[in-house]
Design a binder for this molecule. Structure first.
Ligand SMILES: *[C@@H]1O[C@H](CO)[C@@H](O)[C@H](O)[C@H]1NC(C)=O
Length: 195
């Protein structure tokens, strides 16, 4: 049963779906896979400072969204006050407290919708930033894996259930490669300034 559940879990990762039915009763221990590279994306992000960049980009977006929400709330409050003043200026036009309560309800609904949208916006932004980071790392990971004759790349997070040899870990090499290419970009001669 153990093997079975491990297999169904792993099939989520698609890359390793093959081989799941082999030796099902013989061993719960996965043999180290040859040709598989493992990369720790969290570690890459930490080493390159991308984790902090992503966090601060998310923080910035959060501030923008919070400002927007604040402005929206202010607008609603001003409108509420206007309606209240108008109702008070014209008495005997029905029960103003009922009308105000109903408007208050609309305001609450509008605000809670806006908050949910802002939250979704933030989640989407985060997903986009992480995808961008992965996409930026992938070419280097492919190059390192290819150099070492590995054809499959797993993230460490995907491969937790697998026993892999330390040699399968290409994280450090990928970091070096990315650092080198970043240094090259930074050291590229700046366009000559004419004075
Ligand atoms: C998310 O919020 C930003 C900043 O307010 C805005 O520019 C962008 O259009 C929003 N995206 C969506 C999908 O609502």
């Amino acid at each position: 049963m153990k093997t079975l559940s491990a297999c169904s879990l792993l099939s989520l990762f698609a890359l390793l779906a093959t081989g799941c039915n082999q030796n099902a009763d013989q061993s719960n221990r996965a043999a180290p896979l040859s040709g598989v590279a493992v990369i720790d994306l969290d570690e890459v992000a930490r080493e390159l400072g991308s984790d902090k960049q992503i966090a601060s980009a998310i923080e910035k977006r959060k501030e923008v969204l919070n400002t927007k929400l604040g402005d929206l709330a202010k607008g609603y409050m001003a409108e509420f006050q206007k309606q209240k003043d108008a109702l008070e200026a014209t008495p005997n036009q029905g029960d103003s407290s009922v009308q105000l309560a109903s408007y208050q309800q609309q305001v609450n609904k509008g605000l809670s919708t806006a908050r949910a949208q802002a939250q979704q916006n933030l989640t989407q932004h985060r997903g986009k930033l992480i995808t961008q980071f992965r996409d930026a790392v992938l070419p280097a990971a492919r190059r390192v894996a290819k150099q070492r004759g590995m054809s499959v790349i797993l993230t460490k997070q995907d491969s937790l259930l697998y026993a892999y040899e330390p040699e399968a870990d290409i994280t450090a090499e990928v970091v070096s490669m990315l650092e080198a290419s970043m240094a090259k970009t930074a050291a590229a001669p700046a366009p000559a300034k004419k004075q």
